[in-house]
Design a protein around this ligand. Structure first.
Ligand code: SF4
Length: 399
């Protein structure tokens, strides 16, 4: 495989992720007026009096700003961040300290076109909106409140109009699989920055939903690979998308039909059919290659009460910013150290050739087995089974 082709299959932070995170997510509150079926935070309408205060939040921001350059990506999430009256102050503070601040709000009455304009004026760079169905019926059922689909469409237009970048988030469960091609089309037509598909982790309220099986997930990821030539995509808690990207690229380079080598299932065929006609760009590489980060390895989450987790879906805390610096916890806590040590992964993830760029979802491993180092049960790959492992080894060696 030509090195030029291998380059860009996945992106890596331009620094050592054992020393500092690439992306930092702060759950500013757990309060939210929606009752989404998949809510990780099991959010409720009222704020917790134990949330980090404005002063503590600013101190946290100062710590984060002190990590760069380059600055870490900084995302304020919830619950619904709009439930915090000091949100603008926090965004302004982060922006003033040189951080690119993004927001992950809920589409409730609190979020209006005017509010988006105000937040943009405070320096907000990007906003993520959730779309879990291609119709009001499907999306509103998922979110537990009527009218959210329509509001989301209006907010999407308003965010673009005031210059905010928009990431579209879709939680993938069996109930909304058929809607994925239509959502992909909307993402393309409305020029989203990124379409992020979240491969559900059975934690919080999501434990009651019906997640995909490994073969279905494989089909969705192959579909996502096809979409990725035209729309920037991201597979949240679907780290093995990086394996799919490498495998499909190798097959393309060798001129081997992917269908023969990867044995696509009926789900891939139906998604693929429903996607047509799809504007394909000549593919020299995946347009937005996946970032090589994972829970605790480039990624860190701070809860509403200051607890530091390797991911928002991994409910093990390694410390609290009220007692210790974020960077100390990230660099030195046994939990973060073990998550960065590929040698301790177990099961197929421990044997896998693609482990160095994947590592599986540690959150899903914990939710499924109680052990964050166990194999990711959503991955169908059997280590050693890909026929062009020498090609894969060359790509991984460039990592
Ligand atoms: S077996 Fe584990 S490391 Fe290998 S591709 Fe699957 S999830 Fe990733």
């Amino acid at each position: 495989m030509a090195a030029s082709h291998a380059e860009g299959l996945f992106r890596r932070p331009r620094f050592d992720v054992s020393l500092r995170p690439f992306i930092i997510i702060w759950e500013v509150t757990r309060a939210c007026d929606l009752v989404c079926a998949h809510c990780r935070a099991e959010a409720i309408p009222a704020r917790n009096p134990g949330e980090l205060t404005t002063v503590e939040g600013k101190q946290l921001i100062d710590q984060i700003a002190g990590i760069g350059p380059p600055p870490a990506l900084f995302v304020l999430t919830g619950g619904d961040p709009m439930k915090r009256p000091d949100l603008k102050e926090l965004i302004e503070h982060g922006t003033g300290r040189g951080l690119p601040v993004a927001l992950s709000p809920s589409a409730t009455r609190l979020l209006t076109a005017e509010a988006l304009k105000d937040l943009r004026a405070c320096g907000l760079k990007a906003v993520s909106l959730s779309l879990d169905g291609d119709s009001a019926r499907m999306h509103d059922r998922f979110r537990g409140v009527e009218g959210v689909f329509e509001r989301t469409m209006e907010l999407w237009a308003a965010a673009r109009a005031c210059g905010l970048k928009v990431q579209l988030n879709t939680t993938v469960v069996r109930q909304n699989l058929a809607a994925l091609p239509a959502i992909a089309r909307m993402a393309h037509e409305r020029n989203v920055m990124t379409w992020s598909l979240f491969f559900m982790v059975p934690t919080g309220r999501a434990a009651a939903l019906s997640p995909l099986g490994p073969d279905e997930c494989e089909d969705v990821m192959h579909f996502l690979y096809d979409v990725a030539g035209t729309v920037r995509v991201k597979a949240t808690e679907g780290h093995h998308f990086r394996r799919i990207v490498i495998q499909r690229s190798i097959l393309e380079q060798r001129g081997v039909p992917a269908d023969d080598a990867m044995q696509f299932g009926p789900l891939y065929r139906s998604l693929s059919q429903a996607l047509e006609p799809w504007p394909r760009t000549p593919r020299t590489h995946v347009r937005r290659s996946p970032m090589d980060v994972n829970a605790g390895r480039g990624f860190v989450f701070i809860s509403h009460i200051g607890a530091v987790h390797p991911s928002g879906f991994l409910p093990l805390a390694a410390g609290n910013v009220r007692a210790r610096s974020l960077l100390d916890i990230y660099r030195e806590s046994p939990l973060f150290l073990s998550l960065r040590d590929g040698a301790v992964l177990e099961g197929r993830c421990g044997l896998c050739e693609f482990g160095p760029v994947c590592g599986g979802s540690r959150s899903r491993a914990l939710a499924a087995t109680g052990n964050p180092l166990a194999e990711d049960p959503l991955c169908a790959y059997q280590p050693g089974s890909f026929p062009y492992l020498d090609d894969a080894a060359k790509i991984l060696a460039q990592r």
